[in-house]
Design a protein around this ligand. Structure first.
Ligand SMILES: Nc1ncnc2c1ncn2[C@@H]1O[C@H](COP(=O)(O)OP(=O)(O)OP(=O)(O)O)[C@@H](O)[C@H]1O
Length: 297
């Protein structure tokens, strides 16, 4: 894939006997929001730390923008929020970013742009310790944004946020991607990921179990029909789409757009249509099934 900004090949990290990241081969395409999903201890942070050049792999390779992580040319083009930057509680948000900017060679204009971008321009003069958790997290994203990087690596940016904070962070990430930033974020909060990520990688026990679009991971959508008599409805539906009876009702392997056709088939056959809905697994269900099977092995 030529437009991949992150490519890993059998990337592995061992701590003594323990394998934290086990031969992970992943691809993040330029411009996408990639959700790196997994339960606690799955190996997300360790992988992100290797991509950011903070720790070295034990085996395998990683390339970021075609270069080794940690290469100065790469470090200039990525912004990283891993385990939160150590902000000074008694400095304002603005002064905290200015400290970082001075250290990293960015200008005060970069600081103002980052504050504006993360929606903190109005509160930039207030002390960090007075910020809500959501504002603190957004300041962390602001710090990662200094210098307008191509790739943002955000470790659990939504962790611990209340619903309003989550919504703000979600909107911010979507806006950042719309501005042309590639976003690689880790999360165990699947509901958020399901909504905003173009693709996801599922990691558990250090191993990448799947990498695909959210839609692919959830499988083909189907319709679920409850009708009586069920046998008459099933025969009628089978004339328009593949269908089978299961414990929940009649599962019709077709898209939501076919719902009116299926409804007409049932009613025309003289059956009563009791319920008709899209039967789609949430990413949470898929994730739970995958990681539970993994643990059960
Ligand atoms: N420096 C280290 N020394 C020893 N073991 C480590 C070290 N860093 C991570 N590990 C172990 O590697 C595994 C993966 O940890 P990691 O922090 O990458 O998981 P994670 O998916 O980010 O989980 P969480 O959501 O809890 O942060 C864990 O079992 C962890 O205990």
């Amino acid at each position: 894939m030529n437009d991949s900004i992150v490519v890993t090949d059998e990337l592995t990290k061992r701590y003594g006997e323990h394998i934290a990241v086990d031969a992970v081969s992943m691809r993040v395409a330029a411009g996408e929001i990639y959700g790196f999903l997994g339960p606690n201890g799955a190996g997300k942070t360790t992988t992100l730390r290797m991509l950011a050049g903070l720790i070295r792999p034990s085996a395998g390779t990683a390339r970021v923008s075609g270069r080794a992580p940690g290469d100065p040319a790469v470090l200039r083009r990525i912004g990283v929020l891993i385990e939160g930057p150590g902000f000074y509680p008694y400095l304002s948000g603005r002064d905290n970013l200015r400290v970082l900017a001075r250290y990293r060679g960015h200008s005060t204009t970069d600081v103002e742009q980052a504050l504006e971008r993360v929606g903190l321009a109005d509160r930039a003069g207030d002390r960090f310790r007075t910020y809500s958790l959501g504002m603190k997290q957004r300041l962390g994203v602001g710090a990662a944004l200094l210098g307008d990087p191509d790739l943002l690596i955000l470790d659990e940016p939504t962790n611990g946020l209340d619903p309003a904070g989550l919504a703000e962070m979600r909107t911010l990430i979507v806006d950042l991607a719309a501005d042309g930033h590639t976003v690689l974020l880790s999360s165990h909060q699947l509901a958020e990921v399901q909504e905003i990520c173009h693709r996801v990688g599922v990691i558990s026990g250090g191993r990448l179990l799947a990498e695909s679009t959210v839609g692919e991971l959830r499988g083909t959508a189907a319709l679920l029909v409850l009708a009586e008599p069920a046998d008459i409805a099933l025969a009628a539906i089978r004339a328009v789409a593949p269908a089978r009876a299961n414990a929940d009702g009649i599962r019709v392997e077709t898209s939501a757009a076919m719902a009116p056709v299926v409804a007409r088939a049932v009613v025309s056959a003289g059956a009563d249509l009791l319920e008709l809905r899209v039967d789609e697994k949430s990413l949470e269900e898929v994730f739970f099934e995958m990681t539970t099977v993994e643990v059960a092995k």
